[in-house]
Design a protein around this ligand. Sequence first.
Ligand code: BEZ
Ligand code: FE
Length: 296
Amino acid sequence: MGNRAPSYPLFSERRSALAVNARIAPDVSPRLREIVTAVVEHLHAAVKQIEPTHEEWLAAIRFLTETGHMCDEWRQEFILLSDVLGVSMLVDAINHRRPGSATENTILGPFFVAGTPVLEHGANLCLDGKGEPLLVRARVVDTDGQPVANAVVDVWQANDDGFYDVQQTGIQPRGNLRGKFVTDAGGAFWFRSIKPRHYPIPNDGPVGKLLASLGRSPNRAAHIHFIIDAAGHEPVITHVFTPDCPYLAEDAVFGVKKSLIGDFERVADAASAAKPGVDSPHWLLEPTFVLQNNVR
Ligand code: BEZ
Ligand code: FE
């Protein structure tokens, strides 16, 4: 007898996922098997719950096609879809389980630019002169409260019109509201900037249309982005949010965590603006970032 064709279960509505998953070859990597099996099981369960018409299924395919067409080197509409569905934050939470005392992670977002130059402490990140002045005096410590010297801190935020510099090349000065700092021996760094405002995520594509059709806000709660990287510690990708932003509870990408809402103090007297170049009045933010010592 020659080789017998393998026998697989025939497809039926009831056993649909089983029929698909049974065809995965025996020598496939266990992780790939686990992933594909789970995706097929959950996808089939959703289709069985939804019972889409052919038109609805085609609309879903069209939505995904448009999402793909929207992607290029600068625009990643699939990541945006993952963001607004809460999947980016879920993947982040699964991969960054930390002790309660350590600063929590949140979403990176599409507007981080690698290679930002290191600036002197006290530099003003605001190059377009718009917005309410903010003084940030920050510290980086470890989970034992010890200062972390030589931590490299990337900072970026949108301008007062709600756009990042890379969204408005030729309109905003290059590098507007971006900087990199290195902490001193006491784990400190400081800079000047502006109080952040809420802004909409890019919403001129299929993801924006989806949010509108769901009656959801496209706005991100007002925030400043930070990445803190120090030898011997787990890096942190995080934000500090303003406490008075009306979108804290409906951030479009679910990035808000209670521990990340900062204390922005209004400083009105000229004497408190002790450092040279600090405007009066200004806002003052004094965050402490806590890094977990490397467990590896
Ligand atoms: C941001 O904060 O820059 C951002 C995050 C997720 C999607 C869009 C923007
Ligand atoms: Fe942002």
